[in-house]
Design a protein around this ligand. Structure first.
Ligand SMILES: Cc1cc2nc3c(=O)[nH]c(=O)nc-3n(C[C@H](O)[C@H](O)[C@H](O)COP(=O)(O)OP(=O)(O)OC[C@H]3O[C@@H](n4cnc5c(N)ncnc54)[C@H](O)[C@@H]3O)c2cc1C
Length: 386
């Protein structure tokens, strides 16, 4: 196992100070390594995540070579040549487990930002104290965007939040954590080859959730009550003006509709398969109340906005993978983690890789079992099968 930094590198280096996991501790199960702490329903801080993963690495005696950056993977007769900054390896098979979130995904509109405005992404943001005083435009209202909008607004910097497509979820539903429902109802176990629009499922933004000791919900109603101004999706920046989509009301209504449908699914499962589960009565939540006339533009030269935080997602970095395994959009082509077009190459840790829960730590156990199964068969007889 080659790791460019240390074990749990992304959790050590690429996260902001206040971040806690949005999945409860009991869902941080790694293969054969459950959470054993005193707070199964709590949410880990970053040092706790690092300790948990480092504990797993030690318990599993995984042969990790830290501080070894892979700089290229090429095909050679009978296998692959893997170049690293500390030497070369020849191997028959390769598992790509370099992560789905190596680089912040920042939209092209960034080009139009006036020079005096400081730009940040979730990778260089650490805490609000690093931002200049004054207004902040947060672009993106998924987990990262809503969490950081809340924290920055509380620091006294007025936040405007540009809201595109998003997934609204309450933290608790019928007296259980909403992610308990995702798991127990089987929604998260749905296999990739049973999902109608797999591409879309893989691109779905992260849910508007935060892990706090209070188990608080963090939706757009909560943010508005805290003083955050919400506007539509950032569509363009022209002559120093940020232009927002007029479709905010539709985005809000769509997110509410999808949330209600998901809750219906939970209720149906509860009724049919778990009538004795210890849950509270059926609940429905108030729709998000958007502003009556959201602003459609802001003059970025006026001084109102001093910094922009791009919370617009992440992408993997396969700059070192010199194999014909990408589609025209630059995405890795794979079938449930079996990389297409080359023998003996597998992937782990990508969104909806083999199941909906593959996006999360909890998905690693079953995915690893499957992917390692393919790898072992391949190594045994050279056969590539799904
Ligand atoms: C901001 C954020 C919050 C998240 N919150 C949650 C959450 O609350 N709960 C949850 O279950 N999931 C969460 N996730 C998803 C979670 O990060 C993934 O499910 C999990 O990290 C996947 O593990 P991984 O080992 O595949 O990838 P990573 O954790 O990204 O690890 C990949 C490793 O590969 C190394 N690497 C990359 N390139 C190279 C190279 N060229 N050479 C050598 N090493 C390399 C990196 O240093 C890194 O250590 C979150 C993700 C992000 C980005």
């Amino acid at each position: 196992m080659l790791e460019r930094g240390e074990v749990a590198n992304s959790w050590r280096r690429e996260r902001w100070d206040s971040l806690r996991l949005l999945t409860p501790n009991w869902q941080c199960r790694l293969p054969g390594y459950p959470y054993k702490g005193a707070d199964p329903d709590g949410f880990m801080t970053m040092p706790e995540v690092v300790a948990h993963i480092a504990g797993f690495a030690a318990a599993s005696s995984a042969p990790v070579r830290t501080h070894s950056t892979v700089t290229s993977v090429r095909r050679i007769e009978g296998g692959y040549r893997v170049a690293t900054d500390s030497g070369e390896i020849r191997c028959r098979g390769v598992v790509l487990a370099s992560g789905a979130a190596n680089i912040p995904r920042v939209p092209q509109v960034r080009q139009g930002v006036p020079q005096h405005i400081e730009c940040f992404t979730a990778f260089d943001y650490r805490n609000p104290g690093r931002l200049p005083l004054g207004g902040v435009l947060v672009v993106g209202a998924s987990a990262t965007g809503v969490q950081l909008a809340d924290e920055i607004q509380r620091s006294g910097r007025p936040v405007t939040l540009a809201v595109g497509e998003h997934v609204r979820l309450p933290r608790n539903y019928r007296s259980r954590d909403v992610l308990w429902w995702m798991d127990a109802s089987g929604v998260w176990s749905q296999r990739y080859d049973e999902i109608d629009d797999l591409e879309r499922a893989r691109r779905l933004p992260s849910p508007q959730l935060v892990g706090t000791p209070e188990h608080a919900t963090l939706d757009l109603n909560v943010l508005r009550a805290a003083g955050v101004e919400i506007v539509g999706r950032l569509a363009a920046i022209r002559d120093g003006r940020a232009l927002f989509s007029g479709g905010l009301a539709n985005q809000l209504a769509l997110a509410d509709l999808k949330m209600s449908r998901l809750l219906d699914t939970f209720d149906a499962w509860g009724r049919d398969y778990a009538p004795h589960a210890e849950v509270g009565p059926v609940e429905r939540f108030e729709p998000v109340r958007g502003p009556a006339s959201p602003r459609l533009s802001i003059d970025l030269r006026s001084g109102e906005i001093r910094s922009i935080l791009w919370a617009t997602g992440f992408r993997p970095d396969y700059g070192w993978l010199e194999l014909p395994v990408f589609d025209r959009g630059g995405e890795l082509r794979h079938d449930g983690g079996v990389v297409s077009g080359v023998p003996g190459v597998y992937a782990m840790g990508l969104p909806v890789l083999r199941r909906r829960k593959s996006t999360f730590i909890l998905g690693a156990e079953e995915d690893a079992r499957d992917v390692v199964g393919y790898l072992v068969r391949y190594l045994a007889d050279g056969v590539r099968s799904v």
